[in-house]
Design a protein around this ligand. Structure first.
Ligand code: HEC
Length: 410
């Protein structure tokens, strides 16, 4: 008879219960402790991936919009320089679009300062999903509309949108006066040639829950970081909540987000550029409204500059959709692009409006009901991923596009 040593049984049992215990206490982290989830993802996407040529964090080795939205989407295999382009959603560009002009100028490594440069990166599961379903081109979107099948990214998908300011322009951005070496201690800095860029803002989303997890981070010295609706981090910051000093976007300076012992412990276990301790979680969003029906807002002072007050990650991304022609069904989630009031921008907050996706027929059903036969579909959701309708190349145009018109491959 084979006897299993007691120690083995004990160890196996202990491991089992330890895991079960952990799983239980962390159950549904994304919904029950979204701020902790946000930091867990932050440490994951920013894990050290530097080489002799660069100071890459892991996300910088992932596919950019430029790698994804092109005739032959290509997963990057060699050291991948920053994919910086002008911020896609700047009001100037939205105005240019409303005036019928070209929305975005393609300026690699863009002059930053007032308008920090931007890039989007997605991990392999997210990239593979877009490629396998032909969601990088208008012909694929037309086919997806016709197929009328709900699009749903794999649960291990992660996407990041990051904003950078050239170190030489940090002074103009927030009054920084140090040397490059000082900047490298204070910011995650990466370089293209002899240009050095400091990371100032970062959105991180993950598909661990059906409507994704939503979180945004800012460098502690970003001017106006907690303006309009404050900052909140129940896991990593003390104090957890910071009230806004200004009700409109401003250049106010906010105190550092001192880290809790719990977050400090996570940082100590992580292999990561130490400069990442200088970033704050501005907040995370796990639903469209609170339990009294009030719209929840979350937006970044850099990435959503100009429409922070109208920012809800989940609402605006819940509107990411395309129609039967394979084109986006709203311009980047804005109702009207003739924007003149700072802080307006006509972006929507609160629940997803069924009118974005359906037209009621006679007699109209109020409210619109799932499964109702009297409603006609006008848009297909792209599973909250805006870059799909925004960046898809138009291979149906004559001549076919090889780069996207709007997001310019950042
Ligand atoms: C008013 C609309 C709007 C709001 C509010 C908004 N976004 Fe976006 N977001 C976009 C659009 C449009 C794109 C694609 C173009 C681009 O990259 O700017 C995008 C791109 C992204 C991407 C790259 C992946 C993708 O979906 O294409 C991430 C990640 C992202 N946003 C996260 C967030 C987070 C987190 C928030 C809230 C803190 C947020 N966004 C708020 C409109 C919005």
């Amino acid at each position: 008879m084979i006897t299993i040593p007691r120690l083995v049984i004990f160890t196996v049992a202990a491991l089992f219960f330890a895991r079960a215990g952990l799983a239980h206490s962390d159950e549904n982290l994304a919904m029950n402790d979204p701020d902790k989830m946000a930091w867990t993802l932050f440490l994951e996407v920013n894990a050290d991936a530097k080489t002799q040529e660069n100071n890459n964090a892991l996300f910088e080795t992932w596919a950019s919009d430029g790698d994804t939205f092109q005739p032959t989407p290509t997963w990057p295999v060699t050291a991948n320089p920053l994919a910086l382009k002008p911020r896609a959603l700047s009001l100037t560009e939205l105005r240019a679009h409303s005036a019928g002009g070209s929305a975005v100028e393609v300026v690699p490594g863009n002059k930053t300062g007032k308008n920090p440069a931007e890039e989007t990166r997605r991990n392999r599961p997210a990239f593979d999903f877009i490629v396998a379903n032909n969601l990088y081109k208008v012909s694929g979107l037309k086919a997806a509309y016709a197929a009328n099948k709900k699009l749903s990214f794999p649960v291990d998908s992660i996407e990041v949108k990051a904003n950078w300011v050239e170190v030489s322009e940090l002074h103009e951005f927030n009054g920084f006066t140090g040397t490059l070496a000082d900047a490298q201690e204070l910011y995650h800095v990466n370089s293209v040639g002899d240009k050095h860029y400091a990371l100032v803002a970062m959105h991180v989303i993950s598909k661990v829950v059906p409507n994704w997890t939503w979180a945004t981070f800012e460098h502690k010295d970003n001017p106006g970081r907690c303006d309009v609706f404050g900052c909140k981090d129940n896991f990593g910051a003390q104090p957890a909540a910071v009230a806004p000093i200004s009700a409109v976007e401003s250049k106010q300076h906010y105190p550092d987000c001192a880290k809790t012992p719990e977050l400090t412990a996570l940082f100590q276990q992580a292999k990561i550029d130490p400069a990442f301790t200088n970033y704050c979680l501005k907040g995370s969003q796990a639903d469209f409204t609170d339990d009294t029906g009030l719209a929840i807002r979350l937006s970044n002072s850099v990435t959503e500059k100009g429409f922070v007050a109208q920012g809800s990650c989940m609402t605006c991304h819940g509107r990411a959709a395309f129609d039967d022609t394979g084109k986006m069904s709203s311009f980047a989630g804005f109702d009207s692009v003739s924007i003149n009031l700072p802080g307006s921008g006509n972006a929507q907050v609160g629940p997803i409006n069924p009118n974005w996706f359906w037209v009621p027929q006679n007699p109209p059903s109020m409210p619109m009901l799932a499964g109702d036969k009297n409603i006609v579909r006008i848009a297909q959701a792209s599973d909250f991923v805006w870059s799909i309708p925004f960046c898809a190349i138009d291979d149906t145009a004559n001549p076919p596009q090889t780069t996207s018109k709007f997001c310019s491959g950042k």
